[in-house]
Design a binder for this molecule. Structure first.
Ligand code: ARG
Length: 458
């Protein structure tokens, strides 16, 4: 069968070329957006007298019927169609006759596809934002539960200073909050309508682009028709925001995997979010976290692929751009799946407070506080730091810890030590005193939680 665009050529194409060219097998996902956009277009054409009102009504009625039949499954996609836009127009014309052929007045598939993607991604952003908020809330609830659970904080993966698990979790809450901000920024820039840019140069018909944009919930229109049909930076921005969010989930995953190991033993995942080994009966693996970490690479890949596709394209539309959709769909699907499973995993994880505290007691992580104690006695920090370090070395050499080291030994290193030092290096006190804004004390963590809850309620 000849193509709808037959004319300049016979419209008869090689079947291998057809398969290669067709995007229907993936862009059929946008049927709702395509039909909704066409309804708004028909209404605008009727309003402006470009077609009659009766014709506009018939087109809208026909489009409603197609939407209903696709939703119910009464209508199947015809794999011989080049894309979702051609498919909808073909069915409309089969059903309505010649009036169906009027729908494509004052537009082109170039502005149509740009419109459909924006409508589709806008919806995806809303879903991903809702899922991110849910995860954020879950993390904040966990932080509340463990705001006083002492654990070692690390730098270079070496035990550094005592923190609370609640403080640790709130660090991830802050990242998720910024992820939401990036999604919102991206949505704001994306929410301009390209429809009416037509093939690239605009049109001679008296269209009303603002009206069509408003009907579709856009904040305005793309002001340059060549830009409107050829820009995909809104899609790149989304993939980049998703990549950053996945990077956060991946770091969090890595920590959970470490914390679940026997070496750490800080966290126990619910059985519902772990798997066993087919050969080693003792295993309880954090597969969900590993998969989230693994899928991060895939989302980065989608970003790199689209950046590379776009980098050398002259204005305006080029068929290369058809390659944008699969990566976008996959990126959004992947992030949504990861967020759902991550929220369940975090909601059901249990921290092992005893193990966290025991680890905190082993790594000399109060050595800074010991130095600060000497500073309180009048020593300059550098000298205090040196004495504290020598005491740590002494403890390591003699298999001792600072908490139980006799006062005589302390005094051999520095005359300024007295009984008060034991209170100064008590882990609970080390945490409790870090009341600086954003610090790890219970009161500082409570303040972080309160501000995040306020954000979540807005
Ligand atoms: N299927 C195409 C895409 O996804 C639609 C636009 C095609 N326009 C064209 N002039 N061939 O990009």
């Amino acid at each position: 069968m000849a193509k709808m665009w037959a004319g300049r050529t016979s419209g008869v194409t090689d079947s291998i070329a057809d398969d290669f060219n067709s995007s229907l097998r993936f862009d059929h996902r946008m049927y709702r957006q395509d039909i909704t956009g066409s309804m708004a277009h028909a209404a605008m054409l009727g309003e402006q007298g470009i077609i009659s009102r009766q014709e506009a009504d018939r087109l809208i009625g026909g489009l409603e019927g197609i939407l209903r039949d696709l939703d119910s499954g009464a209508l199947d996609f015809d794999p011989s169609c080049e894309d979702i836009h051609m498919f909808v127009e073909q069915v409309l014309t089969e059903r309505l006759g010649d009036v169906g052929k009027k729908l494509h007045t004052a537009r082109s598939r170039n502005d149509q596809v740009a419109l459909d993607i924006r409508l589709y991604l806008r919806q995806e952003i809303d879903e991903i934002s809702a899922l991110t908020r849910e995860l954020l809330k879950t993390v904040v609830d966990k932080a509340e539960e463990y705001k006083d659970a002492i654990m070692p904080g690390y730098t270079h993966l070496q035990r550094a200073q005592p923190v609370t698990f609640g403080h640790y979790l709130m660090a991830y809450a802050m990242m998720l909050q910024r992820d939401l901000g990036r999604l919102a920024d991206c949505r704001r820039r994306m929410n301009l309508s390209p429809i009416g840019c037509c093939a690239l140069a605009g049109t001679t018909y008296p269209t009303d682009r603002e009206m069509e944009a408003a009907a579709l919930g856009f904040d305005g229109v793309c002001l340059n028709s060549m830009d409107g049909v050829s820009d995909r930076d809104f899609a790149l921005e989304l993939l980049s925001a998703l990549s950053v969010e996945m990077m956060h989930l991946s770091r969090f995953s890595e920590e959970i995997i470490l914390w679940c190991s026997w070496e750490f033993g800080f966290v126990e995942l619910s059985d519902a979010f772990t798997t066993g080994s087919s050969i080693m009966p003792q295993k309880k693996n954090a597969d969900m976290a590993e998969l989230v970490r693994g899928k991060t690479g895939r989302v980065y890949g989608e970003l790199m692929a689209l950046l590379t596709t776009m980098k050398g394209l002259p204005l305006a539309y080029n068929k290369d751009m058809q390659e944008d959709k699969e990566g976008l769909f996959d990126g959004c699907d992947t992030v949504k799946m990861c967020l759902r499973v991550f929220t369940g995993m975090v909601a059901t994880l249990r921290a092992r407070r005893e193990n966290m505290l025991a680890a905190a007691q082993k790594g000399f992580i109060n050595a800074t506080d010991l130095a600060d104690y000497l500073v309180g006695k009048g020593l300059p920090f550098r000298s205090a730091y040196k004495i504290s370090g020598e005491l740590v070395a002494w403890c390591i050499a003699h298999g001792q810890v600072l908490e139980t080291l006799p006062l005589e030994v302390y005094r051999e290193h520095c005359e300024l030590f007295d009984e008060g030092l034991y209170e100064a290096i008590d882990l609970r006190r080390c945490v409790a005193l870090r009341t600086s804004q954003g610090g790890t004390s219970v009161s500082s963590v409570e303040a972080q939680i309160a501000s995040m809850r306020q954000f979540l309620n807005e």
